[in-house]
Design a protein around this ligand. Structure first.
Ligand code: PGA
Length: 262
């Protein structure tokens, strides 16, 4: 089922698995495009529970013969401070779920470095932005959303023109990610994240949200005001954006939403 909310396309799938296969299709289609093949496609990639099935599907496609050798990847975010090989790090997550199982050359893989001392982070963030520009910009940015409406680690009240930077994580975010660290107090207090401005420069955006815990954030993002208090609502200012949801995440979109056009 597909609906339009202004310029935003929302597709509600029968299951998260179905949506995740569709996300993998989008990526495989993109890297097969002649223009993308000629210069190498650039992907912006998320971590978290949401995209794990998408990576599983991409690894299966690779085993079936699809090459990712021309692809460049930029991850949205990383905790700070965190050791590069720490089990809770997003670098570790990406190796476990994707990068160790496909043929992307290591020099084409970019993840913010959460192991740098604080005084070197600002320069690293500038270099990260430069590397995105040098790659030709992100062709497809895949995103999850936080239960508090964050995108990447841009928490509520993040400026809409923000760039890659060090941020403080909200208590809710540390709670949501406690399992990976063995308790909320063990989740790092800070993170490096692409900014909202950085994210919005992607040529196309694909947002994934599944489960009842995302329903309120999805409702605020799609039906509420476009406002920095809900970072995901700022995505509606992008002209090439699609949300892929399961029924539970879409549950709040049907009730009392007079603004919804089915
Ligand atoms: P999740 O996180 O996929 O683990 O729910 C999403 C996010 O915080 O962006």
């Amino acid at each position: 089922m597909a609906r339009e909310y202004g310029d935003v396309r929302v597709r509600v799938f029968s299951s998260a698995d179905h949506a995740l296969r569709c996300a993998a299709d989008r990526i495989v289609d993109l890297i097969a495009e002649p223009a993308a093949q000629a210069r190498g496609a650039t992907l912006g990639l998320p971590t978290g529970r949401t995209p794990i099935g998408m990576y599983r599907e991409l690894v299966a496609r690779h085993r079936a013969g699809i090459s990712f050798a021309g692809v460049t990847t930029f991850n949205l975010d990383e905790y700070h401070p965190i050791a590069r090989d720490a089990a809770g790090s997003f670098r570790h997550f990406m190796r476990e779920h994707f990068h160790d199982h496909v043929d992307i050359p290591p020099r084409q893989i970019h993840i913010p470095d959460g192991s740098l001392p604080a005084e070197r982070v600002a320069a690293h963030c500038r270099e990260y932005e430069q590397a995105i520009r040098a790659s030709g910009g992100i062709d497809l940015q895949v995103l999850g959303i936080g239960s508090n409406g964050h995108i990447g680690f841009n928490e509520p009240a993040s400026p809409r023109d923000s760039r890659t930077r060090l941020v403080e994580l909200h208590g809710q975010t540390r709670l949501d990610n406690a399992a990976a660290f063995g308790g909320p107090e063990l989740v790092p207090r800070h993170a490096i994240t692409m900014g909202i401005g950085t994210i919005l420069e992607g040529r196309a955006l694909l947002v994934l949200a599944f489960g009842a815990a995302k329903a309120a954030a999805m409702r605020a993002a799609l039906l509420g005001p476009i406002d920095e208090s809900v970072p995901a609502s700022l995505l509606r200012t992008h002209r090439q954006i699609e949300f892929l949801l399961d029924p539970a995440a879409a549950a709040g979109l049907d009730t009392g939403g007079g603004a919804v056009s089915a």
